[in-house]
Design a protein around this ligand. Structure first.
Ligand SMILES: NC(=O)c1ccc[n+]([C@@H]2O[C@H](COP(=O)([O-])OP(=O)(O)OC[C@H]3O[C@@H](n4cnc5c(N)ncnc54)[C@H](OP(=O)(O)O)[C@@H]3O)[C@@H](O)[C@H]2O)c1
Length: 293
């Protein structure tokens, strides 16, 4: 039996839905049944919802009972290393054979993962898992295309979005592609000791992203380059915490130092998943980018 954690989140939800679409049973760990229900997880055939908290091993007995393989996802917060470390310990204690870590790898060429706290934490957790004595695989996506949905309200209202990336390229990947890869990896097993990086199919500047959203919505969309300070103010005004804004400043600084992005589709190809181009992702969300949703 397979367990997916983080099932109420962006990727966990997409992965659990992919299991349901493929009519393959899966267990999903949730902290809050109301959130699971709001995410529609309780209506999916073949999905066993189990309550538990990754930070509290005493709550994980039912979730880990009879599990051979786990996919470990939790929120990018300051306590991520501790949360996932405790969960790895609980998996080991319960006799789980294989743990897949949902990690993250920036696509910029020469990017130093130690400069951004969340990629640094992912690498620390990867090392911890590698020493835990279970089979392990790291799934390492680059920036998600879905990150641009945060800018949908401004794009809909002003036909513009404001970031501080200059001409820096990124190679965002569609969460739906990650879900298909994760499903096939978990269903078929194997890939013990492998790190599977994933990007999307194109290295894009923010002007390229704007052009693709424009193509998908049929409305003009501009990228407006602002200073890192203005961007930080915008982020804080949108309600994110100062700590998270600090983390995003670290990421931005390193991205600006490493403006060229690679495209790495070997994982898509290995699992027979077509890499979704940005314009297709934008078409799927055209109502949001166009202000009709
Ligand atoms: N943003 C990017 O472009 C990017 C790119 C590559 C990798 N990543 C990495 O991807 C991961 C996040 O993926 P995501 O965006 O899909 O996640 P997300 O939407 O933030 O969801 C996180 C999930 O983890 C659950 N969770 C957190 N703490 C938990 C705990 N103690 N016990 C049980 N469940 C817990 C949350 O449950 P609740 O609903 O109960 O809170 C939620 O379901 C992060 O590690 C991030 O660093 C991000």
């Amino acid at each position: 039996m397979i367990l997916v954690t983080g099932a109420t989140g962006l990727n966990g939800k997409a992965i659990v839905r992919e299991f349901a679409r493929q009519k393959h049973e899966v267990r999903a760990l949730v902290r809050d049944p109301a959130r699971a229900s709001a995410a529609g997880l309780d209506e999916l055939a073949g999905v066993q919802l189990v309550e538990g908290d990754m930070r509290r091993p005493e709550t994980l007995g039912a979730a880990l009972d009879g599990i051979d393989c786990v996919l470990m996802i939790s929120t990018a917060t300051e306590d991520m290393t501790e949360t996932q470390g405790r969960f790895i310990d609980a998996c080991k204690q319960a006799g789980v054979a294989h743990a897949v870590k949902f990690s993250g790898a920036e696509s910029n060429i020469g990017y130093d993962a130690t400069k951004f706290r969340f990629t640094r934490m992912h690498e620390e957790i990867e090392r911890y898992l590698e020493g835990a004595g279970m089979a392990w695989t790291h799934l390492r996506p680059s920036q998600f295309m879905q990150v641009y949905l945060r800018d949908a309200p401004t794009i809909a209202a002003e036909g513009a979005f404001h970031l501080a990336l200059g001409d820096t390229e990124l190679s965002p990947v569609d969460v739906e592609d990650i879900a298909k890869v994760a499903f096939r990896l978990l269903r078929d097993g194997g890939h013990d000791g492998e790190s599977l990086d994933m990007t999307g199919p194109e290295a894009l500047t923010m002007s390229d992203v704007a052009a693709r959203i424009s193509q998908a919505t049929g409305r003009p969309v501009r990228y407006v380059d602002v200073s890192p300070e203005v961007r930080r103010c915008n982020l804080l005004a949108s309600g994110i915490s100062a700590g998270f804004a600090d983390a995003l400043d670290e990421q931005l600084a390193e991205r600006l130092r490493r403006p060229k992005s690679r495209v790495h589709l070997a994982t898509h190809e290995m699992f027979g998943v077509r890499a979704t181009p940005f314009v297709e992702f934008a078409r799927r969300h055209a109502a949001m980018f166009g202000g009709q949703a």
